[in-house]
Each structure stands twice: as C-alpha cells, then as structure tokens.
Write a protein that binds this ligand. Structure first.
Ligand code: TYM
Length: 332
C-alpha cells in the first residue's frame, strides 16, 4: 500500500496580482512540493475583506489569482486548489478557535499593528481576529507543513499555540503545523526601499514586480531599483539593495552568490540590473503565456474551482466534526 504522504496547506490573498516576492517566497515552493506532499492551496478571499474591497474587483482578482496558481504549475487534479469562501468550514472552525485564542496574543501580531496603523479609519474586528482564521485554514486540513515567506512566521507560531492548547484540553485533535520557509527568498525586498518587504499593496508601482508585468516594465523597474553608491556586485552586510537583487538573480537563474559575483566582476550595477531584469522576465514568460491561455477558458477555471472546493470540503469535514463533538455540540 502507498505510504500516506505528509500534508501541506498554504494560502494567498487575492488582493492585487501576486508579486515576485509572493512567487519566490512561497508560490514557487507550492509547485515544487506537490511531488512529495499531499498539497492543498487556497485563495484566501475571506481574509481580503479585512481591508475594504470593491466587489467586482475582488471577484476579478480571485479568478486571476486562481488561474495564476494553475499557470505556475499547481496541478488541480493531483493537488487541491480552491477558493476559501467556497468551503464554509473555514469560518466555522475559526469561530471555535477564536474562543481558544487570547486577546493579548492577537494584540501582539505585528501585521495587525502595521495594518491598523495603515488603515486607522477601519480597524475592524476581522483584522484583529484574522490570524485565527488563518489557523483554521491550516488546522482544518491537519497540515504538517506550511510553505510561507518569513512575514507569516508569527501567524504560524500562533496557529501552533492554538492547536497545542486545544489538544491539551481535548486530546490529539490537530496536527501541529510547521512553517516551511525558504532560506534565501524568505523576504524579497521592495525595489525602492530595500529595508522593507516587497508588497502587493505598495503605493509606489516601481517598488514591486507583479508576476504579470510585461518584459519592458520588469526591466525598467529593475533599472530604477535603489542601490548603494558602491559599484561592485558583491553580497555584503549593509548593501541591502544589491543583496536583494542578487537574491532575485540567484532564485531565477539558479546561480549562487559566488557565481554571480564572478559573472559581474569588473562590471557595474547598470549591467547587473539589466541582467536581473532580463532573467526575471525570462523566468516569468512561460507563466504569463500559460496564464493567457488558461484565462481564455473561464468554464475550465470554474470547473477546477468547483472540484477543488468539493475536495477541500470533504478533506476538512472530519476535522470539523471531530472538533464539534469534542466541544460538546451535537453532530447528527
Ligand atoms: P500573502 O497573500 O500576503 O502572501 C502570500 C505568500 O507570499 C509570501 N510573501 C513573501 N515572501 C517573500 N518575500 C516577500 N516580499 C513576500 N511577500 C509575501 C507570504 O509570506 C505568503 O506565504 N495570511 C496569508 C495568506 C494565508 C495563509 C493561510 C498562508 C491565508 N491563510 C494559511 C498560509 C496558511 C497572507 O496574507 O499571505
């Protein structure tokens, strides 16, 4: 009999088109891990409305993000790819888990502090309890591993804490999840302020590369990337801008820092930036072509979504029923 594969769960918010940071920090791993693990990936649209969204635009973004997952190589037959709001059990488990999460714990979440500072006019309860919903996403599927960028590490630790607390009271209900964080690409930085992470919601369009940016745009943005006043392409402390470009170059070409230093020995930043732009555009080109092909077939995408939602519902049903029984609800 085939040995049961370990389980993976991860998610991405459909707010704006995924960036090169999302791709190198998380999505590229999602694709690779499918070979070895039983993978479930969700478009986390429930999470998106913690910040006000235009409904039409959100719907468009969900189609886009879902199609992009498939274009990148997530296989909807082999893995489970679904839209979070299409499996009602996420919201149900989230409620139960919120009763096992402390106000103090949620108050310490740095993403809550950042986002509430950014949107002081809309510090809603959903923004505050968002990490509980993320814990529900993970724990529903009994995930062993969660591939994410470094910015999600704190949320992952909270998910583990909630799972442990619940298990301590009710027995072994949840698998304790572990973060799977890449070593080099865990935090791809903004091209305009390399001390900050590259973010989908950055107001400066030159700060981030969208995975759907065309070749000229990608090259132009890299040419404008903020670097230091040195001119040697070498990885060193304090050279945040160049370090970031070297990380991106390494990730898209497979070259080590050493190989890159050798390749650009005696050449200036200008030449290097152009090479990073070209290599990134080359890496994204097949994804963009596949995206164009798939997005012309909405019926196929909707079929995949439907199947994905059904598979997700089935594989999370047992966990929710177990939780309901444990806390004392009647499950008929
Ligand atoms: P989100 O949508 O902000 O980002 C999706 C994934 O991309 C990673 N990431 C980055 N990695 C490297 N460098 C960057 N600059 C960068 N920016 C983003 C993120 O770490 C993430 O892995 N709350 C999550 C979505 C989510 C989720 C989940 C994740 C919902 N439920 C369950 C894991 C498990 C989020 O907002 O990610």
């Amino acid at each position: 009999m085939e040995k049961e594969r370990k389980k993976i769960l991860s998610g991405i918010q459909p707010t704006n088109t995924p960036t090169l940071g999302n791709y190198l920090g998380a999505l590229d791993n999602w694709v690779k891990l499918q070979q070895e693990y039983d993978c479930t990936y969700c478009i986390a649209d429930l999470h998106s409305i913690t910040v006000r969204q235009d409904p039409q635009q959100l719907r468009k973004q969900v189609y886009e993000s879902y199609t992009l997952l498939l274009a990148m190589g997530v296989d909807p037959e082999h893995s489970t790819a679904f839209v979070q709001s299409q499996n009602c059990q996420h919201a149900e488990l989230s409620w139960v888990l919120s009763c096992f999460t402390q106000f103090g714990e949620l108050s310490r979440m740095t993403q809550f502090k950042d986002k509430s500072a950014k949107h002081p006019e809309n510090i809603n309860a959903g923004l505050f309890t968002y990490p509980v919903l993320m814990a529900a996403d993970i724990l529903l599927y009994q995930a062993d591993l969660v591939p994410v960028g470094i910015d999600q590490k704190q949320h992952l630790e909270l998910s583990r804490d909630i799972a442990m607390r619940f298990n301590n009271i009710y027995g072994d209900v949840f698998t304790l999840p572990e973060a799977y964080i890449p070593t080099d690409t865990a935090k791809i930085a903004s091209l305009q302020d390399p001390t900050k992470k590259m973010s989908k919601s950055d107001e400066n369009p030159n700060a981030s590369i969208s995975v759907l940016d065309d070749r000229d745009t990608i090259i132009r943005k890299f040419k404008r990337a903020v670097t230091d006043s040195d001119s040697h392409v070498r990885y060193a402390p304090g050279k945040d801008g160049i370090n970031n470009l070297m990380t991106i170059y390494g990730a898209v070409t497979g070259k080590t820092y050493e190989q890159t230093e050798k390749e650009f020995d005696g050449k200036g930043y200008g030449e290097f930036k152009l090479a990073v732009g070209e290599a990134t555009a080359d890496r994204l080109a097949p994804i963009q072509a596949e995206y164009a092909r798939l997005s012309a077939d909405k019926k196929y995408i909707e079929e995949c979504m439907k199947n994905g939602a059904e598979k997700a519902f089935k594989s999370s049903r047992r966990t929710l029923q177990k939780v309901y029984k444990k806390v004392g609800y009647i499950v008929l």
